[in-house]
Design a binder for this molecule. Structure first.
Ligand SMILES: [Zn+2]
Length: 260
């Protein structure tokens, strides 16, 4: 039984579906390629069942915790963790560390979520929170957040040259890979976040400012909506429909659960 309302065609993944995805579909070469453009060895994190309350019984105690995965030999072993934990959400750490595990920079990112959109039907984020529907979203909010992502990308193009948009399962992320952006101070990041807000973009300031260092792992499964997190080119965004787009439909959905 879904606690949050979601666009028609989106729903929670079962444990069996998560297992199918991480065993047979989770693409390690693609994850590797994504992380290569960012750094050397990344830290990962998972949340097993904080929002969905769906978790393997043996992990009941840890279902709501963010579990950091930083001790692993290769991505194969990371996948082993995924098939063991069967998480509702997987992340990587945007911090870049040196060989002594000291932070030497952070990937700059912008997080646009549909709940921050003021919806003509569902109201503001405050309205949604009062109804305990902070993670819910509708089709209209999804379309509006997509438009915001496209215009934020255009706005950022004046400052940065290497960026990627990622469909995050609910909204969109913009990742900045320009080398100088990795070295920005916390103060500079806060200024950027404030300025983007002032321009009218509904971003999550915590992510841009760097207080929240984890970000959704591309090519992982978003277990609240049963969609694969996928990077997109800016030009692909306009026609992108996450309810039906094949790139983000996990195989376990078949066609039965995707209703138009
Ligand atoms: Zn709405």
């Amino acid at each position: 039984m879904a606690k949050y309302y979601l666009p028609r065609g989106m729903s929670y993944s079962t444990l069996e579906e998560r297992k199918q995805f991480y065993t047979a579909e989770f693409s390690l070469p693609k994850v590797h390629e994504w992380l290569e453009q960012v750094r050397g060895k990344a830290k990962f994190a998972v949340v097993i069942g904080r929002h969905t309350k769906i978790y393997p019984e043996k992990y009941r105690e840890d279902a709501g915790t963010t579990i950091i995965i930083d001790e692993y030999r290769g991505l194969d072993e990371v996948r082993d963790y995924m098939t063991e934990f069967l998480p509702e959400a997987s992340y990587y750490d945007r911090n870049v560390y040196d060989e002594n595990d000291c932070k030497k920079g952070q990937e700059l990112a912008f997080d646009l979520d549909p709940e921050n959109i003021t919806c003509p039907i569902h109201g503001t984020l405050t309205d949604k929170m009062q109804r305990h529907q902070g993670l819910s979203f509708c089709r209209l909010e999804l379309d509006m957040v997509k438009e915001q992502a496209a215009s934020l990308y255009e706005y950022l193009e004046a400052q940065f040259s290497s960026m990627k948009i990622v469909y995050s399962g609910r909204g969109f992320h913009i990742h900045v890979f320009d080398s100088e952006a990795y070295a920005f101070s916390p103060k500079k990041r806060r200024q950027i976040a404030r300025k983007v807000k002032e321009k009218g973009f509904q971003i999550d300031e915590w992510v841009t400012a760097g207080d929240m260092r984890l970000i959704r792992l591309p090519y992982s499964l978003h277990g609240l909506v049963s969609r694969v997190v996928v990077p997109l080119e800016k030009g692909e965004l306009g026609g992108f429909d996450p309810v039906h787009d094949k790139r983000c439909l996990p195989k376990f959905l078949g066609s039965a659960r995707v209703i138009s």
